[in-house]
Structure formats: C-alpha cells, structure tokens
Design a protein around this ligand. Structure first.
Ligand code: SAJ
Length: 444
C-alpha cells in the first residue's frame, strides 16, 4: 500500500491498528485510538494481563481518570482486544510500539523488549505497514537498531516495503489519558511524507500540536527534555546543600531567586525517582562520548540527585545525634514511599534507598504511605515509640497532620522534613524538634 492510500485509510478510520506493549503508555494509546473509531489489537506478552484486558479491567495501578471506563467501552464495543500472538499482525496497517527501554547498572540502554518486539513484528508484517516507535530511545537508535531489525526480518526496504517513524510518549502517571490528548508531541519520520501520515494518525487522538521532525530530532527532544529537568532538580539540590552549610534556608532562597525575571528554580528534595527522569539523561548521553562529546553536566547532575537519599540519612543521623541518639537501635517512621507526591508509583523511589540504608545501619524502620498498598496502616500507631519521623513525600494527606498528636505518639519528639511541608514554628508549637533539608539553622 502507498502512503497516500494508507493516509486515506487512516482518515477514514479503516486502517487496522496494533499496539505492542500495553503498559502505562501503550494501553491509553490503544484505548484512545479505539475510541476514535479504529479497530485496535493490543499485543501483550503476559497472558494474565491479556485476559484481564479482554474483560475490560485495567491492570494499571493508581487513579487514572477515565481509563478503566474507556477500556470497558472499547472492549465491549469490539474496537479493542488484546492477544499474546504476533500472528494477527499480518492484517494490521499501522503498528505502534510502546515497550520499556530501561538502562542497566552501567547506564547502558537495554533494548531487549524493543528488539524482541521488532523481530517478531518483522517476521509477520505485511508490505506497506507503518511502524511507529513510542518508547524513549537514545538518539540514533531508529537508524542504527530499529530500521535494520525491521528490514532484516521482513526482507522489505524502508520507505518502499514499509514506513517508519517515532512519536515519543509524554505521559504522566495519574493523567495518562489527559496528557495523551492535551500535550503536544514531536513526530519523527524516515521521510517527510511518512511524518505527514503519522501526523494524520495522531491527529485522531491528540488535540495539541503535532510537531514534524526527522527521527533523530524526535529522539533528541524526548531525552533532552527529561535530562533538562534532571539538571534543574540537581541545581536545586546542590543549592540546598550549600544553604545547609551556610546556615541559609533554601526554601526562602528559592522563593526569592524565582522573583528574579527568567528564573524558575525547582524544588530540592530527597532525590529523583520515577520511570523516566533517572534514565532518560543516560539515553541522551549514550553514545555521545563515543563520538567525542565530553559529557560533564549530565552525569554530574545524575550524581547530585543520586546522592540525596544518603544526604537524608546523614541528616537523620545528625538530628538523632542532637537528641543524644543514633540510627542504630532507633525506630524511625518514614512518611511517603512513592517517588512523587499523590502518586502510588514507587519505581526508583528515593524512599526505598533511605529505608534500605537506615536498616543497614541498624534502625527499625516503619513505613507509611497513603497511596501505596502495604503501607496504609494508621500513621499514629506506626509512630508509637519512634525516635524520629521523616517526611519524604508531600502527599496531600500529610498537609493537615496533627503534629501535637504525632509528638505524643513518639518516644523522641523529632521531625525531619525533606520537602519543607511543615515549618519550624508549627513543629515547635507541637513540641517537636525540627530539622529540614536545605535549612542550615534548624534543629533548635
Ligand atoms: N522532583 C524534585 N523536584 C522538583 C521536581 C521533581 O525533587 O522540582 C523529583 C520528584 O520528587 C520525583 C522526580 O523528581 O521523584 C520526578 O518527578 P517529575 O515531577 O519529573 O515527574 P515524572 O517522573 O513523572 O516526570 C514526568 C516526565 N514526563 C514524561 O516523561 C512524559 C517529565 O518530562 C515531566 O516534566 C514531569 O512528568 C512533569 O512535568 O510532571
């Protein structure tokens, strides 16, 4: 099929779509295209997840407004169905790939899932198929990895036997469908004509800008936008460390810095977690040094952010020391286990690192998180007999905590605040000693 024919099929919603990978990226995409009128086939390796999806049940944890209803509707309407079999891809016209692209302990991209899906697809895809990669990949991956795998397995040539592009996802847990519809996307294509057809495809679900580009630009934008955020957060964290040493208050400093035109200093904290910010800078960096680019800032920012959980442990040790206690043998309550406020997602959570380190140092650690299953026990009962409480994540449930009641539950009245959710005055009124990340003079 030619690109103009494919474009017509897409605009008439006659094109058969497939989405490989039905996680927090692929599932909303599959449902949104089904809602737009396409017949969508979801390919998922995990048979139990396929069965769940075909019952219209979402396997995604946490609050995702509208997703479960949309899944139920599109399954009931026969517009979306899931399968483990690649065989059915023989009839599809468009295939979106949204599989994980993690980095290993050496920060090298791991494309096992991507390569496996590309290989399986290449053996069955029909001539004229359009393949679009949504996964976040290092610059150059489309040309050096994706394209050769598809050509080899299919014996088809790109731009003649099949068409290829990438449209990196910009999802946010908690607002997967909203972001999909409202956030602009960069659309990369191996040719401008392919880019144009991919734009006509995403125009069916995306109300925001669809910005045309080539594939490497789309790879660079996605990885750079997240590396940018990581560097910004690292700057805030380093200023927090300086404020602690200088006897300043980073939260006040940040507020006043941001009054200066063109400044937007982010929030310091216990570190950087989540599914994308910790890894995307390494995807951007990958291969640059091989090409002679001396990378200093991006690795340094990762090192600053990765050092923050240990800094929190040091702050706890300092705070306990001021009360004549040590971490070893203390019972410590950690408030917030998710990586982000009001989220249930614990992937790469800084709290995980802090808890593990405290336990290694001989503390007994109690964990509370109102959003994470397993940690929803009553906070005050967890606080009983504790020698310190550590606020790690600004979940909204913690904002109106009764600090006096908390103090009465504790064995030692000590509050360590990693996100400046409380104030020294509030803590002192409740009879708590207060230490705060980024504040050099707390602890009275
Ligand atoms: N964090 C800070 N200080 C800040 C902002 C974040 O310490 O000022 C920490 C958070 O606590 C968290 C981590 O960084 O542990 C990541 O937080 P995040 O707000 O960046 O949220 P993510 O990880 O969900 O990032 C996503 C990204 N979106 C996509 O990749 C499509 C990112 O590009 C967005 O900028 C971000 O959401 C967003 O703006 O909400």
């Amino acid at each position: 099929m030619s690109l103009p024919d494919l474009k017509r099929k897409i605009e008439n919603r006659e094109a058969c779509l497939a989405v490989i990978g039905l996680g927090y990226v692929g599932l909303p995409v599959a449902c949104a295209f089904a809602e737009a009128g396409f017949n969508v086939l979801g390919i998922e390796l995990r048979a139990e997840r396929v069965a769940k999806l075909n019952r219209g049940e979402s396997p995604i944890d946490g609050q995702e407004p509208g997703l479960e209803e949309l899944l139920m509707t599109t399954v009931a309407g026969g517009k979306f169905r899931a399968t483990t079999s690649y065989e059915k891809l023989k009839q599809t016209d468009v295939v979106l790939i949204a599989v994980e692209t993690p980095v290993d302990v050496h920060n090298i991209p791991q494309y096992r899932a991507l390569k496996a899906s590309l290989q399986s697809l290449s053996y069955v895809m029909k001539p004229g198929t359009l393949v679009v990669i949504e996964s976040t990949i290092a610059p150059g991956t489309m040309k050096e990895t994706v394209l050769p795998l598809l050509e080899k397995g299919s014996s088809l040539k790109v731009n003649q036997g099949f068409y290829l592009g990438n449209c990196p996802e910009r999802v946010m847990p908690g607002r997967l469908l909203q972001n999909l519809r409202q956030v602009s996307r960069v659309v990369g294509g191996m040719t401008p004509e392919t880019t144009d057809v991919i734009i006509s495809l995403y125009r069916c679900v995306v109300q925001a800008d669809l910005d045309p580009a080539d594939c490497v630009t789309a790879e660079l934008v996605k990885t750079a936008e997240n590396a940018y955020r990581d560097v910004q957060i690292a700057f805030a964290n380093e200023v927090a460390l300086i404020c602690e040493a200088a006897g300043g208050d980073v939260w006040k400093v940040r507020e006043l810095v941001n009054k200066s035109p063109g400044r937007q200093m982010l929030l310091p904290g216990a570190g950087v977690g989540g599914h994308c910010i910790p890894k995307d800078p390494w995807l951007l960096a990958y291969g640059a040094e091989d090409k002679g680019v001396p990378l200093r800032l991006i690795p340094a920012a990762r090192a600053v952010n990765d050092s923050m959980p240990q800094h929190v442990v040091n702050l706890i040790a300092h705070a306990l020391g001021s009360m004549g206690k040590g971490i070893e043998g203390s019972r410590i309550l950690v408030m917030g286990y998710a990586y982000l406020e009001n989220s249930d997602d614990t992937r790469n959570s800084p709290s995980e690192v802090v808890v593990k380190r405290l336990q290694e140092m001989g503390a007994e650690v109690a964990i509370h998180d109102p959003n994470v299953s397993g940690y929803k026990k009553d906070l005050m009962s967890l606080a009983k007999g504790c020698h310190a409480v550590v606020l790690m994540v600004r979940h909204k449930e913690y904002s109106d905590l009764d600090l006096r009641e908390l103090k009465n539950a504790l064995d030692t009245p000590l509050l360590v605040d990693c996100r400046r959710l409380y104030t020294e005055d509030l803590a002192h009124e409740a009879g708590l000693s207060y230490f705060c990340l980024g504040m050099g003079n707390t602890g009275s």
